[in-house]
Design a protein around this ligand. Structure first.
Ligand SMILES: [Zn+2]
Length: 273
């Protein structure tokens, strides 16, 4: 069964862009809590953060104010908790805030402060719990922080797909998952801003179910079902809950009603926003 990581303090009203509203996590957790068991995380420690980020970076997040700093530590802690549960074979989705995939070792942007997925994966690698990891990022925006952090690290593969049509997007991701190399865990940066009514204007709600399902299948085949996903973007608040639920149902192993064929070859590359 899939589990959810969530904490009321993710609703902390710290200073940030209006788009990155606490209503996002509230909407998602409100929808998921009746379907899945929720586990509250503990905050990440300074040591956890310093496995990925410089001390200067940590201090600059501290200077953003105690609300931001505390919530960012709790968000990274949610990622660590999700990774731990995944290691026990329980697929987990962490409804965390702030997001993380734009944060680099010594800089941050795009509503992100600490790179939650990098903190979680690095913790498992350094503890010797895993030797290899795959990170899949299906947020609309390039996971530049995650890519840069792991660029020189042969233990971590970073997978992103860009396509102009939903058929090609899903088909390409399915192909990449089919040809996945050996890995001990699958970590997912789950953004819902590719949704048709969100900024990306591409994927339907059913597509997030399909995405979750093919990731689940890859995890069953490759890792003994060790997989976890962390919330990144997604700004069309009205439908965030149903999109996250669709993804989680897929990730929990419920087959989607609609499947997708092979990608066609004439579709182009999705331009960076
Ligand atoms: Zn995004």
């Amino acid at each position: 069964m899939l589990k959810i990581v969530y904490h009321e303090d993710y609703l902390t009203d710290y200073f940030t862009s209006a788009a990155e509203s606490p209503l996002r996590v509230k909407a998602i957790h409100g929808r998921l809590q009746d379907h899945f068991l929720t586990v509250a995380p503990e905050a990440a420690s300074v040591e956890d953060i310093l496995r990925v980020h410089t001390r200067e970076h940590l201090e600059s997040v501290q200077r953003e104010g105690p609300e931001v700093y505390r919530t960012a530590l709790l968000s990274a802690g949610g990622a660590l908790g999700a990774a731990r549960m995944a290691m026990e074979g329980t697929p987990t989705f962490a409804v965390i805030r702030p997001p993380g995939h734009h944060a680099k070792r010594s800089s941050y942007s795009g509503f992100c402060f600490f790179n939650n997925i990098a903190v979680a994966v690095t913790s498992l690698l350094e503890a010797g719990s895993i030797r290899r990891a795959v990170i899949i990022d299906f947020d609309m925006h390039h996971g530049d922080g995650t890519e840069v952090i792991f660029r020189e690290n042969p233990a971590v593969d970073f997978i992103e797909v860009r396509a102009r049509s939903r058929e090609r997007y899903l088909g390409l991701l399915e192909l990449k998952l089919r040809w996945l190399g050996p890995t001990d865990i699958i970590a997912v940066s789950a953004g819902f801003d590719l949704y048709v009514r969100d900024w990306g204007g591409l994927l339907e709600t059913d597509d997030f179910h399909y995405l979750g399902y093919i990731i689940r299948q890859a995890a069953e085949n490759k890792t003994g079902c060790r997989c976890f996903a962390l919330l990144e973007g997604g700004y069309f608040v009205n439908d965030l809950g149903k999109n996250a639920l669709a993804f989680c149902l897929g990730l929990s192993g419920e087959p989607p009603s609609v499947t997708c064929g092979e990608p066609d070859d004439d579709a182009g590359i999705w331009p960076e926003p």
